[in-house]
Every structure is written in C-alpha cells, then in structure tokens.
Design a protein around this ligand. Structure first.
Ligand SMILES: Cc1cc2nc3c(=O)[nH]c(=O)nc-3n(C[C@H](O)[C@H](O)[C@H](O)COP(=O)(O)OP(=O)(O)OC[C@H]3O[C@@H](n4cnc5c(N)ncnc54)[C@H](O)[C@@H]3O)c2cc1C
Length: 460
C-alpha cells in the first residue's frame, strides 16, 4: 500500500486478515492520512467543542440552565483536538502491528512497475519488490489560479484547523462541505463569516430543497453568502487580506477585507513524486488514476483506491474501495455499492444524504414519489429543542424501492444510517414505514417520512 489514509490502512488491515504479506508506506510521519490528521477527525473535534460553546451561550437558558460567563480557551480546545488525533493515529499503528502489516515511514516512489523505493523519514532508502501494489495516495488541497495559500492569512482547511486566534472577519471561498464546516467552527467562536460561491447555491450536488433550507438556516446563524460571485484576487497585507470579488455574470468588482481567507474550493488527486511514469500508470487530464471495475489501473497488478481515483472524496468511500480491492486480489468478490454511500455535513443542524436527489431523478426521467416529515412535529426533537429541518425519503413511483433520502436535523449524520441499510437490502419505503421505531426518538421522523411516501403519515 502506498499511502496510510483510510483507503490504505483499511486495505492493509484486510490484506493482513487475508494472509497477504503486506507493507504500508506513509510519508506523513503518522498514519491515518488526511482524514485523521487534518480532515474528518480534527474538524469534528472542533465542531463538537464549538457546538458546546454555542449551546452554552445561546441554548442552555431555555432549558433553565444558567451558564453566565462562559468563555473559550482556544489553546485548550486545540490541545483536545491534537490529543484526539494523536490517540487515533497511534491506534492505527497498533492495528498495523496486530494485523502483521509492516509500516514504513517514508515516501514511496515507483522505480518500475514492481519495484518501489522508499525514502525513509529517518534517513536512507529501502527497496520493495511487490507482486501487487495499491496506490492510496489520496488528495491535497487545491487553490484558484493566482491565489497562493500561505497557511497564515490565506489558509487551506489545514491552516483553518489550527488558527491561533479567532479571526474578526473570515472569508470562505467555496460553499461546499469543508468551507461550511470550518466556517461554522469560527463563526461559533465569534468570527464574522462571508462565504463566496461561484454557483447560485451552496452545496450544489445536494438535493435542491435541502440546500435551500440549509442556506436559510446558516443565514439565520449569521453566515453571509455571496452566491454567483467569483473571487478574482486575494492580496495578503501586513494585517489580513483584500479579496476582490466579482459577480459571476458580469458587474462591478468589490473589494472585501478579511483577517483570514479560507480557500475551500476542492481537492486535487495527489500523485506528486510517485514515479507513475516509471511504472507506466496512466492518469486522467485532471490527474486522477483511472481504474477498472476491479480497481486495477492500466497496469494490471497495480491497483488504486480512495480520493486518488476520484468520485466522492469521502473517508468511508475510500475504506470500502480499499477492502474491495484487496478482496478482489484474493480472488473474492469485493464490491462497492456507490448508490448507497452516505454523505454528511457536520454543521448544526447536520445535513445527510444518500442516493438520488429529486433533480437527478428528473434528469434521468425516473418517476418517483416523496415523503417528508419536519422535526417540528417530532416529539423528541421538540423536547430537545432541536426542531430545525426535516427528513425526505424518495422512492420509485412504481416499485416503492427507496432511491434516496435527505435529512437536515441535529442528528442527521447518525439517522441516515438506517436508510442506507434499508437501501443496501433493496428496501421499499413501506419496509421502513412498517419497522417499529422506539418512541420518543428523532428516528421516528424517518418512519413518518417513509409513511408519507404512500400518503400515510400519522403524526401530522
Ligand atoms: C477538512 C476536511 C474534513 C473532512 N471531513 C470528512 C468527513 O467528515 N467525513 C469523510 O468521510 N471525509 C472527510 N474528509 C475527506 C477525507 O479526509 C478523505 O476523503 C479521505 O482521507 C481519503 O482517504 P485516502 O486514503 O484516499 O487519502 P488520504 O487520507 O489523503 O491519505 C493518503 C495518504 O497518502 C500519503 N502519501 C501520498 N503520497 C505518498 C507517497 N508517495 N509515499 C507515501 N505516502 C504518501 C499522504 O501523506 C496521505 O497521508 C475531509 C477532508 C478534509 C480536508
């Protein structure tokens, strides 16, 4: 395995379990990749911490809890984040030992199709001959032409996870998942946040109704949005930066001032210095490694999985692919069902989705029906005072088979799992609707939405 992120380390564990003699090469110095080191985990640690702070400031009073004088100790918050990251990345090292996987801390580079040279972080090199190689080198932050990330004033997600003080004004370039999550962190800590998005809506791949509601909710929280706008220049100065913004469809440019600019315009496949040419492995125009249905590259015994092959850039998608690729190498039937990979935005409320959107079904000419249930009508959400959002279930008009689901709600990220499972089993909306759900739980809203698909909602 080259790359020790979710794709590489999960594949390595599976390879160990299946009896392959396995080595994992990771140059970062710690295992866990983007996700554990500078992605999923540190962002969720900060999201949770700042959510607690926000609740203490604005949410406790209505429950009759007085929490006057609550304040933030940013270094302590960052220390908590660092501790979680260290413990989890060490945990992956333990899992490598447990599964008899050799961990080589260093940068891997193909010398030929079956030889990899590892430049060890501690000095020296080591050559490995491999019957099969799995490329799992992931992705890296990308920027816009002419905008240089210095990780001080103009930061990527990595810099935004480690600011040493709360910016007065934060401009986020890009209204996608990462920009909105990290924007939420700093917003809750007191920053004024403006999101500049080129398209006419945030989170554009999401179900339209959900993204519209999501934007409205974030707006109520104080986010400012400049949609259909493009950033044409960012000039860092002694203090902060000047950001030039233009309406996408023509019009006058404006200059905005910011203490920190977060560039969150996406990620690029990472194959720098990997020696793909020496191995004969091809890439697409955009730098992704194309693979066949068995995750093999154009060089049959070299496989690739995770962010580096494109598709959804999600840790759990990378993990599924890693496992499937190794099982296929072992002659088994590894498989990833791309129709049922959930996506979650860990803001408050959370936003979760799986499968088709109404827009994608319309475009494909597939007849569907929907059921929707708002959390304002869910008793547990009411008791918890978390009534924002709704559950929407989309099913095939003829067969009732669940085609997709979309949730905005406090616990949407956990709730979507039930629908993912139903979809994995080819379930119908009626299956969800006839499943007993504990009362009172927010999960009852899933059942009610499923009932609604066939006009049978009971609680409203
Ligand atoms: C801020 C942020 C938040 C995110 N939050 C979530 C989330 O909540 N949920 C979710 O599902 N996804 C999230 N993601 C996305 C997730 O992190 C990625 O989809 C996932 O890490 C991809 O896994 P991977 O193994 O393909 O690649 P990576 O995790 O990028 O791992 C690749 C590893 O390969 C190493 N490497 C590269 N080249 C070499 C080489 N030549 N030799 C040795 N090692 C090499 C790199 O150092 C890296 O550690 C987030 C991403 C970011 C940036």
């Amino acid at each position: 395995m080259i790359g020790g992120g979710p794709a590489g380390y999960t594949a390595a564990i599976r390879a160990g379990q299946l009896g392959f003699k396995t080595a994992i090469v990771e140059k970062r110095g710690t295992l866990g990749g983007t996700c554990l080191n500078v992605g999923c985990i540190p962002s969720k640690a900060l999201l949770h911490a700042t959510e607690l702070f926000d609740e203490a400031q604005h949410g406790f009073a209505k429950f009759g809890i007085k929490a006057d004088g609550v304040s933030v100790d940013l270094p302590a918050m960052m220390a908590h984040k660092a501790k979680v990251v260290t413990e989890l990345t060490k945990g992956i090292e333990f899992l490598m030992k447990k599964n008899k996987v050799t961990y080589l801390a260093g940068a891997g580079r193909f010398k030929s199709a079956d030889t990899i040279e590892v430049t060890l972080n501690d000095g020296g090199t080591k050559e490995i001959k491999a019957a099969r190689t799995l490329i799992a080198t992931g992705s890296d932050v990308s920027s816009l032409p002419g905008i240089e990330i210095d990780e001080k004033t103009v930061v990527s997600s990595t810099g935004a996870l480690a600011l040493d003080k709360v910016p007065g004004k934060l401009i986020v370039i890009g209204g996608g998942v990462i920009g909105l999550e990290l924007g939420s962190v700093w917003k809750r800590l007191g920053a004024e946040v403006t999101v500049v998005e080129f398209l006419d809506r945030i989170t554009p791949a999401m179900d339209g109704e959900v993204s519209k509601n999501f934007q409205r909710i974030l707006g109520k929280q104080g986010f400012e949005f400049m949609l259909s706008h493009k950033v044409t220049a960012v000039k860092p100065g002694k203090k902060g930066a000047k950001v030039t913004v233009e309406p996408r469809d023509g019009g006058e440019a404006k200059t905005l001032e910011a203490d920190i600019v977060l560039v969150a315009v996406g990620r690029r496949p990472y194959t720098d210095n990997l020696g793909l040419d020496a191995a004969g492995v091809e890439t697409t125009d955009r730098g992704f490694i194309p693979v066949d249905a068995h995750y093999a590259t154009n060089v049959g015994h070299i496989y690739a999985v995770g962010d580096v092959i494109g598709g959804l850039m999600l840790a759990h998608k990378a993990e599924e692919e890693g496992v499937a690729a190794v099982e296929i190498m072992a002659g088994q039937h590894g498989h990833v069902n791309y129709e049922s990979i959930p996506g979650v935005i860990y803001t408050m409320p959370e936003v979760a989705n799986v499968g088709a959107t109404e827009e994608s079904l319309k475009a494909a000419g597939i007849a569907y029906k929907t059921g929707k249930f708002p959390f304002t009508a869910n008793s547990r959400a009411k008791a918890n005072s978390q009534t924002e959002g709704f559950v929407k279930v989309i099913a095939d008009a003829a067969t009732d088979r669940i085609l997709g689901a979309h949730i905005i709600g406090a616990d949407a990220g956990n709730m979507i799992a039930e629908i993912v499972t139903a979809m994995e089993f080819g379930g119908a909306a009626e299956d969800l609707a006839r499943t007993s759900h504990a009362h009172p739980t927010e999960m009852e809203a899933v059942r009610e939405a499923a009932l609604g698909v066939n006009g049978g909602t009971r609680q409203m």
